[in-house]
Design a protein around this ligand. Structure first.
Ligand code: GLP
Length: 263
C-alpha cells in the first residue's frame, strides 16, 4: 500500500489524473472503475480538459461505476448516472455503450448483479479503480460489516451514510435507503486502486483503513490486501496517521529514485 500525503486536494487530483492519462496512452481501451461523490470531481474536470484541450481520446474506454441508488429513476437529479453525465461523460467522447452501472432495478436484481460481474470480466477486468471513502469507511456502498469477499449486490445504507448524504434531499422521504454496489471482492480484483480522501471528516476512516486491523467494520481496510493500492490524501485526512512522517519520507525517496532512474 502506498500513501501519498499531498498539500491539498488539487495536487491529489493532478496525481490521479496523470496516472489515468498515462495508462490511457499505453492502453486506449482502458477499463476504468469510477466513483461518485465530491471527492473525484477534480479528476473528472481535468479529464474533460484533457479531452477538450489536448484531444485525449476516450472512444475505446470502458467505464464501470461503483454504485447506484435503487428506486431512483436514471434521470433523477441525485442518481449517480446523472452525476456522471454532468461531471464527466458529457465532456468526453465516450461511447454510450461503453458506460456501465451496477443494475438498480428489478425484477431478478440479484441475478442481474451477478451478470454485471460477468460484464466486467468480459471487458477484461478493471484496470484502474477510483475510490472515495465514506466517513464510516465504506468503499462504494460496501457499508461496515460487508463481507470482504462480497460481489456486486444490493446493500441497505447505514444511518451514518444516510445522514452524510441527506443534504442532497429536500424531502427526506425521497432519499433512497438501498443501493447496488460492486462488492469488496469485485473492487479487490481491479489491477490498480487509487483512493482519494480529503478533509478532516475522513481522518478516522483513513486511519482505520491504512493502519487499523483488516476488518469488515472498516471496509477500506480490505485494501491492505491489494498489491497495488494508493491512498491519495491531504494534510487533514492524513492527520491521524501515526506513520505520516514515514509516508512523507517514502514519497520523497520514490521521487528521488525515479529521477535518478533507479526504479
Ligand atoms: C458515497 C459514495 C461513495 C463515496 C462516498 C464519499 O456514499 N457511494 O462511493 O466515496 O459517498 O463521498 P464524498 O466524496 O462526497 O465525500
Amino acid at each position: 500500500m502506498q500513501v501519498v500525503v499531498c498539500k491539498d486536494a488539487c495536487e491529489g487530483a493532478e496525481i490521479v489524473t496523470r496516472e489515468i492519462l498515462n495508462a490511457l496512452s499505453r492502453k486506449p481501451g482502458l477499463v476504468l472503475g469510477l466513483a461518485t461523490g465530491s471527492t473525484p470531481i477534480g479528476v473528472y474536470e481535468r479529464l474533460v480538459t484533457a479531452h477538450r484541450e489536448d484531444g485525449v481520446d476516450f472512444s475505446s474506454v470502458q467505464t464501470f461505476n461503483l454504485d447506484e441508488y435503487c428506486e431512483l429513476a436514471a434521470g433523477h437529479p441525485q442518481s449517480y448516472r446523472t452525476f456522471m453525465q454532468k461531471h464527466l461523460f458529457s465532456g468526453i467522447n465516450i461511447a454510450g455503450e461503453n458506460i456501465h452501472f451496477p443494475p438498480n432495478e428489478g425484477p431478478a436484481l440479484a441475478e442481474k448483479c451477478l451478470q454485471h460481474e460477468e460484464e466486467i470480466s468480459q471487458a477484461g477486468g478493471i484496470d484502474i479503480q477510483l475510490l472515495g471513502i465514506g466517513s464510516n469507511g465504506h468503499i462504494g456502498f460496501n457499508e461496515p460489516t460487508s463481507s470482504l469477499a462480497s460481489r456486486t449486490r444490493i446493500k441497505t445504507l447505514t444511518e451514518k451514510t444516510l445522514r452524510d448524504n441527506s443534504r442532497f434531499y429536500e424531502d427526506p422521504a425521497q432519499q433512497p435507503q438501498v443501493a447496488s454496489t460492486l462488492g469488496i471482492g469485485t473492487i479487490l480484483d481491479a489491477r490498480s486502486i487509487l483512493l482519494q480522501a480529503y478533509g478532516e471528516k475522513k481522518a478516522e476512516a483513513v486511519k482505520a483503513s491504512v493502519e487499523g486491523p483488516i476488518s469488515s467494520f472498516w471496509p477500506g481496510s480490505a485494501l491492505q490486501m491489494h498489491a497495488d493500492t494508493t491512498f491519495i490524501l491531504d494534510e487533514d485526512s492524513a492527520a491521524q496517521l501515526e506513520m505520516i512522517d514515514y509516508f512523507r519520507r517514502s514519497r520523497a525517496e520514490g521521487i528521488r529514485m525515479r529521477e535518478e532512474n533507479t526504479i
